[in-house]
Ligand binder design. Structure first.
Ligand SMILES: C[S@@+](CC[C@H](N)C(=O)[O-])C[C@H]1O[C@@H](n2cnc3c(N)ncnc32)[C@H](O)[C@@H]1O
Length: 270
């Protein structure tokens, strides 16, 4: 099968298609780091801030944000995990809502990968619960999978909680309604991957994984079903490698001091 990239430079490539049509046709990669659609539960609760009155009540006539893509299903999660099993040599980090951790755990285990554990993104500046009748949803997760056998990460004795704001300068430009902050992706990419390795993001969105991977000296491939987001990601890639970041070690020392052993270094297993 011949695949024509939508965008390509010496560090990254973008394919405009369903991952189902592309992922298995690529060469094997070192890591999959990706952010698929969340469950129906979360999709239904994507209230737009502007759609709420000052008292936090939904404005009449505005149901919820149009994310523009469908929620994940258990079947798709299983197909995806099975593809990771074939295509990925090391870590897979797959974002999900807290409600879907068990779905992803089951899919990963059925695919014969090791389910390692779930990690939490603590969204330190997330919105309060405007309705006041339940706790605000202030955390998302990513599940970690790995082929059986020896595992290694760069986070030393660090914990599985990542505290990063949704907004602010280190988020990067706001492009996509379900975008991840660059600061969070920088921490994950530097924790789980090494310079020169190849990362695939099969649910690329506006290309946050690719942008950060490129700036951190990794190679990356993104796959995205929507041309709108392929175009936005391609524009985001056009700048060469941005020297915004310290070395991995300096970055960890500056931003993750609370979560890492003083000695740093790598762990044989997590
Ligand atoms: C949660 S968003 C990813 C956002 C991304 N992390 C960012 O920071 O921009 C998920 C993306 O997956 C895309 N998508 C959904 N189903 C897909 C499929 N089968 N193949 C490829 N992309 C898909 C959607 O169009 C959406 O842009």
């Amino acid at each position: 099968m011949s695949l024509e990239p939508y965008y390509e430079d010496q560090h990254v490539a973008i394919y405009h298609d369903k991952w189902e049509a592309v992922f298995m046709a690529l060469d094997r990669c070192d890591h999959v780091i990706t952010d698929p659609p969340y469950s129906e539960h979360t999709h239904k609760k994507q209230w737009i801030g502007a759609a709420l009155t000052d008292k936090g009540k939904p404005r009449v006539g505005i149901a919820h944000t149009e994310l523009g893509f469908e929620p994940i299903t258990g079947l798709e999660a299983e197909q995806f995990a099975a593809s990771i099993r074939v295509q990925c040599r090391r870590w897979a980090a797959v974002f999900c809502d807290l409600e879907s951790i068990s779905m992803w755990k089951a899919a990963i285990q059925r695919s014969d990968l090791d389910y390692v554990r779930a990690c939490i993104w603590d969204k330190v500046d997330s919105a309060p619960q405007f309705t006041g009748d339940r706790p605000a949803a202030a955390a998302e997760a990513f599940v970690l999978a790995h082929p059986a056998g020896r595992k290694k990460w760069n986070g030393g004795g660090g914990r599985n909680v990542y505290r990063y704001p949704v907004n602010g300068r280190e988020r990067g430009p706001k492009i996509h309604p379900a975008q991840k902050p660059e600061s969070l992706m920088r921490a994950i990419i530097s924790n789980f991957t090494d310079p020169g390795e190849l990362i695939v993001d099969p649910y690329m969105g506006a290309g946050t994984t690719l942008r950060v991977a490129k700036d951190l000296g990794r190679k990356a491939i993104g796959i995205e079903i929507s041309e709108r987001w392929c175009e936005a990601a391609a524009r985001r890639m056009e700048q060469g490698v941005l020297d915004l970041y310290r070395s991995d070690e300096e970055f960890r020392a500056e931003t993750q001091g609370a979560f890492f052993d003083e000695g740093g270094g790598s762990n044989e297993s997590v």
